[in-house]
Design a protein around this ligand. Structure first.
Ligand code: ADP
Ligand code: MG
Length: 229
């Protein structure tokens, strides 16, 4: 099975009082293992809703989502937690709680939460930092990198660079790129920034809850051109 993610006819309504908003309108797409995908679209087009239902943070109104072959729709909360823990790494713009930690501390946080010992944690941190070549960033790079340590099969990121200046945005994107190419993580990243979108192999464009276009960039011929803007 080469698909890490299958989204089949997913519809999502929000209802508040008597008003229902259709945030996703029967969306279908698949993501193969190892792809780097960007989801782009105007504000309100359904990008965050899509990520939230894939992250099992929110439930679909209709349709099916499979992460590594596991259907999210029929699972109990306990199974969903296991999927979140073992398959997914989630990076959100609003993850402010880790602001006071260094990059090294952010990266190792999931291990601390699992009560992994200090020596093993440092060993894992060194291994990840070696692979990604980010030793000199460990004490200063911003938050949001805790997804890295568990080498998740699927990284879900919602506007991950939204709160970063362009230098740190570039560092974060380089990190995602290394995770994708060296650790084999599949990346699904929401952005409204075309420069950030240019890191992806494939871009899905959302409009009013529909995928209205898809740009397949044919493997790794990314537009290096944009990198220094
Ligand atoms: P995007 O991330 O592309 O800006 P969202 O997925 O946040 O878009 O929103 C898609 C649509 O769903 C918008 O019309 C938005 O107003 C609506 N929406 C999002 N979250 C909620 C919510 N919790 N309750 C009601 N409507 C919502
Ligand atoms: Mg959003």
């Amino acid at each position: 099975m080469d698909d890490i993610l299958q989204v089949k006819n997913v519809t999502k309504y929000y209802s508040s009082g008597s008003v229902a908003t259709k945030a996703l309108n029967s969306i279908s797409f698949s993501v193969r293992k190892g792809e780097f995908i960007a989801v782009m679209g105007a504000s309100g087009s359904g990008k965050s809703t899509l990520l939230n239902v894939i992250a099992a943070i929110d439930k679909v109104s209709a349709g099916e989502i499979y992460v590594d072959g596991i259907s999210l729709t029929e699972q109990k909360e306990s199974t969903l937690s296991v999927v979140r823990r073992d398959k997914l790494g989630v990076v959100f713009q609003e993850y402010n709680l880790l602001d006071t930690l260094t990059v090294g501390e952010n990266i190792t946080l999931p291990l601390n939460l699992k009560h992994v010992g200090a020596a093993e944690t440092q060993k894992e941190l060194k291994r990840v930092a070696d692979t990604l070549g980010i030793h000199d960033q460990l004490d200063k790079f911003p938050r949001e990198l805790s997804a890295i340590i568990t080498c998740p099969a699927l990284v879900l990121a919602d506007e991950p660079t939204g709160a970063l200046d362009s230098k740190n945005a570039k560092l974060l994107m380089n990190c995602f790129e290394q995770m994708n190419q060296k650790l084999g993580s599949t990346i699904l990243m929401v952005t409204h920034d075309p420069v950030i979108g240019s890191y992806a192999d494939r871009i899905l464009f959302l409009k009013d809850g529909n995928i209205w276009n898809e740009l397949d960039r044919g493997g790794r011929e990314r537009q290096e051109l944009y990198r220094d803007i």
